[in-house]
Design a protein around this ligand. Structure first.
Ligand code: BJW
Ligand code: ZN
Length: 276
């Protein structure tokens, strides 16, 4: 099978004619903002792999540890900002929408950096770091408090020799709905959990309508997100991957742009030169 093309002019020609663009993103789009990715050397917190902590079993077995992990990531995000890749995507949406064309971000990230960059059509497949859900009444709410509860103040340090806080469950974040006080959890999607059916149905609609797809900074190993772009490619939709490495699905795509997406995306999405 031939390698995907890295012909930027050919990609930009297709972009200039597309009416409905989907940008599917993963942790790599935030890497240049200083947010660690999941897989690879940065994917550890203390001695645990991040993806091992992102499970319902981990939370039920040790809610204090899992809250320390998410508290740490919330606090880290207060010091991070959208990078050139997030901004290029948001600017592209703004520009194309003035001509009645759509750009929708479908992100696996929970860091809210796409919204902070100005993207308006954003579907968060795996939830948000800054939302909570009550494990008793199911109530979901936005929550940007720092710290999220007094007991987590100063906790969550990532070094492997940090002592565990072992916070009693009644001092972890609790629901404030009248008469509830249930244990809150981060409103994110852990392994083995179903994605929000409303989000999935909106994703299905944008994938159905899409005539160009960009896959940015994802290892494409986590389902269902991993199958979206290959399915589009199978339908003949041009797909362009922007990544530092090949992924298991690279060879199925029309384009692959190798390198940090903060460098590769801005020229790919830049407005056409005047007169061209
Ligand atoms: C750069 C860069 C730069 C770096 N520029 N690039 C079908 C087959 C097999 C298994 C399953 C299946 N269907 C479901 C499953 C089970 C499971 C799954 O997929 N397992 C696989 C691992 C095998 N999926 C689920 O459980 C999902 N639920 C579900 O499908 O429910 C129904 C069901 C359940 C069970 C069985 C069957 C059906 C839920 C998945 C939830 C994933 N949750 C997490 C945590 C979210 C909360 C949190 O953040 O804490 O989501 S796990 C983690 O992985 C996180 C990420 O969003 C997700 C994807 O990772 P991502 O974004 O791709 O990051 P990395 O680190 O992997 O890759 C970074 C990439 O960037 C790399 O490629 C770098 O090269 C690149 N890069 N710097 C460009 N500067
Ligand atoms: Zn509640």
């Amino acid at each position: 099978m031939a390698r995907p093309s890295s012909d930027l002019a050919a990609f930009r020609d297709i972009l200039s004619k597309s009416k409905s663009v989907v940008v599917l993103t993963g942790a790599g789009v935030s890497a240049e903002s200083g947010v660690p990715t999941f897989r690879g050397p940065g994917g550890y917190w203390r001695k645990w792999e991040a993806k091992g902590l992102a499970t319902p079993e981990s939370f039920s077995g040790n809610p204090s540890r899992v809250w320390e992990f998410y508290h740490y990531r919330r606090e880290v995000m207060l010091t991070k900002n959208p990078n050139a890749a997030h901004l290029a995507i948001a600017e592209c949406e703004e520009r194309l929408s003035r001509r009645g064309r759509d750009v929708t971000v479908v992100t696996q990230n929970i860091d809210e950096l796409h919204r902070r960059a100005g993207s308006r059509a954003v579907l968060e497949l795996h939830g948000s770091l800054f939302k909570t859900r009550c494990t008793s009444c199911g109530h979901e709410a936005a929550n940007h408090k720092s710290p999220i509860c007094p007991a987590l103040e100063g906790k969550g340090a990532p070094d492997p020799d940090t002592d565990e806080a072992n916070i009693p469950v009644q001092h972890l974040p609790r629901c404030e709905q009248p008469g509830c006080a249930g244990l809150l959890r981060p409103a994110v999607v852990w392994f083995g959990e179903s994605l929000d059916p409303d989000v999935l149905s909106r994703v299905e609609d944008v994938l159905d309508a899409c005539d160009l797809c960009l896959v940015v900074g994802t290892s494409s190993v986590v389902y269902p997100a991993a199958m979206f772009a290959p399915q589009l490619a199978g339908r003949g939709v041009p797909v362009a991957e922007f990544n530092m490495e090949d992924t298991p699905v690279t060879m199925r795509f029309k384009f692959h742009f190798h390198g940090p997406c903060g460098t590769t995306l801005p020229p790919a999405l830049a407005p056409p030169e005047a007169g061209s």
